[in-house]
Design a protein around this ligand. Structure first.
Ligand code: 5GP
Ligand code: MG
Ligand code: MG
Length: 183
């Protein structure tokens, strides 16, 4: 899978930097309108949500604080199992807070469904979810996701925080990989 040039590893671009920035600004406007001046605690899920967290938080006009969680889903290969382990927990007490989970992508929904229930048990005033991408075809559980950037086909994507073997997170767009990378 070694190649000198990142661009040569990509098949096509799904969303450009400009498209993502526009969509993230729209989500931020919606969030500002919904929270009406209340403080929001943004909970980013490491590592994929780093880019959307950075852009979304800067596009918001509401008062926000930020915290991070790292979780791992046990399972065979690339399939999420729904059995989740906390690798890094929040530093913030959620009691009475309005929590907005910020995610890069929802695939089966198993990780997020577990995470929402876990955060709900800590006594917050509310827990909502914002994800840049969602694959409706892959959903294994119903979760109510209030803010979705784009619904995408059931294809593996990289860039803007999303990795393949830890690479490609730094791309400022979202694209699909050329077969030579994973074959
Ligand atoms: P699930 O919703 O299945 O529990 O798991 C979601 C996680 O799987 C995401 O946070 C992400 O780490 C990974 N994932 C799912 N689909 C993709 C994809 O198309 N590309 C990349 N890079 N990661 C994905
Ligand atoms: Mg994620
Ligand atoms: Mg990954």
């Amino acid at each position: 899978m070694d190649s000198q040039d990142v661009q040569a590893d990509l098949k096509h671009v799904l969303y450009t930097k400009e498209q993502i920035q526009t969509r993230v600004a729209e989500l931020a406007a919606q969030i500002d309108a919904d929270y009406q001046g209340r403080d929001v605690l943004l909970v980013g899920v490491l590592k994929g949500a780093v880019m959307i967290m950075a852009d979304l938080s800067r596009a918001l006009h509401s008062h926000v604080t930020m915290d991070w969680m790292a979780v791992s889903s046990y399972g065979s290969g690339t399939q999420s199992s729904g059995v989740v382990r906390i690798l890094k927990d929040l530093e913030t007490d959620l009691m009475g807070k309005h929590v907005l989970i910020v995610e890069d992508i929802i695939d089966s929904g198993l990780t997020l469904s577990w995470l929402r229930a876990n955060l709900m048990s800590r006594g917050p005033a509310s827990v909502e979810i914002c994800t840049l991408l969602r694959k409706p075809a892959a959903a294994k559980v119903e979760i109510d996701v209030k803010y979705v950037g784009y619904e995408i086909p059931n294809e593996f994507v990289v860039g803007y925080g999303l990795d393949f073997a830890e690479r490609y997170r730094n791309l400022d767009f979202i694209g699909t990989l050329a077969p030579h990378v994973y074959e």
